[in-house]
Ligand binder design. Structure first.
Ligand code: ADP
Length: 480
């Protein structure tokens, strides 16, 4: 079975969120199950700089607007998963993130940059591919490669079966309809049963309309996106296509996110030596300028600061939690209003609140190990990885009952004693969140109950293996 993953991110080459973690970890997990998996990525500077053994293997001709580009082949630096990289300096070799410039504005030519990614993916999945290696499955991910199933659909040649991975339906890639012509898409594809979404070209809708199967990142989110509350106008479409929609909970990369093997920790530990977790707490308090206080429940957030993540709710009640004895460590960046709010909070509570604005991979691991309680008051969360990292690190999460959080976190009190692994609240309100966090803080002081909660989380099999088997089963069904 040959599978080509198409993605705008893959850890450790380029990452802005959970998509990168999934594309970094799922292909090697499938490889362990004997699948031949490869990844197609745009040639951003960090991809060109970090990938191993990159070399040109083909010239890609007849690409819309840009004419041609070079296809490179190489490997992921650690897992050795083979990768293909589209090299085109004008499109991809820029400062900033894959999606935005250094001022936080979307690149105006994003439709072209990801239209080309989709176009190249479609070519590699078709009989027109310049490569001998031809995939059975083209597994696209999110809007950035959503056009590929549509382009492939209109090619008159043999083709791979297409899968659309939906990691977050809130990002749809909707652009001016002029892009239909500019990207060389067939005019007949631009209609409500195709690429058109309320008068605009929608990359995500293209993937939904033309893929052979869709897989989203948790069973609960697969249900939620068929409702108006979570689907941003696409609920009708997704309900109509629900026969090809699946939900598989993400795993975690248990070499990267394992407190026993974690390269960023001074004190590694597993569930038989939780006392060493306290040493990580002390090291974290020290490095963040928090008071060294083993008794204070250390609450933590590592997150994009976006409306989705519900961090405004935490801001509403953070002072009250601090007055109740908590400390708070926050790492994240995004919405300037939230960044400002958290910076003000840190100023108001020196020694009790630490706020780091920015992206910091080592610190994210140190927080996961050193904190006591991980906070995720998300309004929606397709899967969420941080709550699972929290479980693996003995840092029970407080989460809202939504998406993959509902699938992976079982409330202390409402679940069987051997299953409870965190704290769950229902409504996106300060009151509900505060009540759940206070319950967590109270339980933290009950040493026996807390140890049981930590053990339950750390014992869970969160690895990719069982999820990868479910992906394989869907691929097999598609090509049988
Ligand atoms: P999303 O994909 O919506 O951002 P997930 O929980 O699925 O949320 O994944 C987020 C990933 O990004 C996790 O690996 C998390 O540790 C990481 N992350 C988010 N913000 C930061 C940050 N500021 N610094 C380091 N890692 C971060």
């Amino acid at each position: 079975m040959r599978i080509l993953f198409v993605s705008s991110e893959a850890y450790p080459l380029i990452k802005t969120g959970g998509l990168a973690d999934v594309v970094g970890a799922l292909p090697p997990a499938l490889h362990k199950l004997k699948a031949d998996t490869r990844i197609l990525l745009p040639g951003y500077p960090s991809v060109l700089g970090k990938a191993a053994n990159l070399m040109p293997i083909a010239k890609l001709d007849y690409l819309p607007q840009i004419g041609n580009a070079t296809l490179l082949q190489g490997e992921m630096p650690d897992t050795k998963t083979p990768i293909y990289v589209i090299q085109h300096p004008g499109l991809y070799e820029r400062d900033g993130t894959p999606y935005q410039d250094s001022k936080g504005l979307d690149w105006v030519d994003n439709p072209l940059r990801f239209g080309i990614l989709s176009h190249v993916a479609a070519v590699l999945g078709s009989g027109f591919s310049p490569l001998e290696w031809k995939p059975d499955i083209l597994h696209c991910n999110d809007w950035q490669s959503g056009l590929a199933p549509a382009i492939l659909h209109f090619f008159n040649t043999t083709r791979a079966k297409t899968v659309l991975g939906i990691h977050n339906l809130a990002y749809q890639g909707n652009f001016e309809d002029a892009w239909v012509g500019l990207l060389g898409l067939p005019p007949q594809s631009y209609q409500p049963a195709g690429l058109e979404f309320y008068g605009r070209l929608s990359f995500l809708k293209a993937g939904i309309s033309y893929s052979d199967a869709m897989i989203t990142v948790s069973p609960n989110y697969a249900k939620e996106i068929q409702t108006a509350e979570y689907a941003y106008g696409m609920e009708g479409l997704l309900t109509a296509q629900s026969g090809k929609l699946h939900g598989i909970l993400n795993g975690i990369d248990s070499t990267e996110w394992n407190p026993k093997l974690d390269q960023y920790l001074i004190h590694s530990y597993d569930r038989t030596e939780l006392v060493k977790k306290s040493a990580n707490k002390e090291a974290l308090q020290n490095s963040l300028g928090l008071e060294i206080d083993p008794i204070a429940p250390l609450l933590a957030v590592v997150s994009r600061m976006a409306h989705q993540k519900g961090l405004d709710i935490l801001l509403n009640c953070a002072s009250s939690l601090i007055h109740d004895g908590a400390q708070l460590a926050v790492l994240g960046s995004g919405d300037p209003i939230l960044e400002y709010g958290f910076n003000q909070l840190a100023k108001a509570h020196p020694g009790r609140v630490s706020v780091t604005i920015g992206y910091n991979e080592p610190l994210s691991h140190q927080i996961m190990a050193g904190a006591d309680i991980f906070l995720m008051p998300s309004r929606f969360e397709p899967c969420g990885l941080n709550q699972m990292y929290g479980l693996a690190y003995g840092t029970p999460p407080v989460v809202r009952h939504t998406g993959g959080l509902a699938d992976s976190v079982h409330d202390f009190g409402a679940s069987a004693p051997n299953e409870a692994n965190g704290f769950v609240f229902e409504k996106t309100t300060t009151l509900d969140f505060l009540a759940a966090t206070c319950r967590a803080m109270k339980t933290f002081h009950d040493k026996k109950a807390w140890a049981k909660l930590q053990q339950n989380g750390m014992k869970q099999d969160l690895s990719w293996e069982s999820s990868a088997k479910k992906y394989l089963a869907i691929y097999r069904e598609l090509i049988s």
